[in-house]
Write a protein that binds this ligand. Structure first.
Ligand code: F6R
Length: 241
């Protein structure tokens, strides 16, 4: 079941999302959070850092599992998703970094690394809350349009994703062509899913996610099968929903 919250703007969307995650941490201090990178969750992470500094939430027992990582980038690379998570959230709260997990994009055997990642998620019984952004093409994690894949796997990034992500690199040529991503079973095994969508560019994908058929052409449409999905969108992103 999908519940849609429409917020006035990105600030309100971020506050709403942080409140939902903060509530989970208060309810279950040792919860497992599935986390995302990209532009969408930055405001949410800022709000969570503020809530931590204000003494409202405690990350000391929280565990995290991230969605994805570029192939070939070390965690110290400033465009790697490990680096993003450290600088946007983990370095600013009292989380134990040994409880944080990001797929290893430098593993020699990516298949084995993917299987180990799925075993880790299964050992938690799935995440308690999985935070997602959505691609303009309807991807979640880096599950690109074309097929539903269950397990953590290596993926060739689509041209539209490379173009969208090139804004963070010096040029599109520098964007890695492949990523390792949590698969759809890992995502869907979450007890609750929160998807953030901000801006007009996401409106079409969001509309198809909520109202369209469940199809590999729009990977996020699989969320219609999940019993507990909250989409937090701003007015622009929800304009076609
Ligand atoms: C990031 C991820 C991606 C992004 C999506 C939206 O970990 O898995 O699915 O959530 O590409 O990216 P932004 O938020 O930058 O528009």
């Amino acid at each position: 079941m999908i519940t849609l919250y429409v917020e006035e703007n990105y600030e309100a969307l971020s506050r709403r999302t942080a409140d939902l995650i903060g509530a989970e941490i208060i309810h279950n201090p040792s919860c497992v959070l599935g986390l995302a990178t990209g532009s969408s969750p930055i405001g949410t992470y800022d709000c969570l850092i503020k809530d931590y500094k204000d003494g409202k939430i405690d990350f000391s027992k929280v565990k995290t599992v991230n969605l994805d990582e570029y192939i070939g980038l070390e965690g110290t690379h400033d465009q790697s998703y490990r680096y993003f998570m450290n600088t946007q959230l983990f370095d600013h709260v009292n989380i134990d970094k040994s409880n944080t997990n990001v797929p290893d994009g430098t593993a020699k055997d990516i298949k084995a690394a993917g299987e180990a990642y799925d075993e880790l998620i299964a050992s938690f019984g799935g995440t308690d809350v999985q935070l997602l952004g959505i691609g303009e093409n309807g991807h979640i994690g880096f599950n690109e349009p074309g097929e539903f894949v269950a397990g953590t796997h290596i993926v060739d990034l689509s041209e539209s994703t490379i173009l969208a992500n090139s804004r963070l690199f010096n040029s599109a040529d520098e964007v890695p062509r492949q990523a390792i991503t949590m698969g759809l079973h890992g995502i869907m095994s979450a007890k609750k899913i929160i998807l953030i969508a901000s801006g007009e560019k996401k409106a079409e994908a969001l509309s198809k996610t909520i109202n369209g058929p469940i199809t590999p052409d729009v990977p996020a449409s699989i969320l219609q099968l999940h019993p507990n999905v909250v989409i937090v969108a701003d007015k622009a992103a929800s304009s076609k929903a």
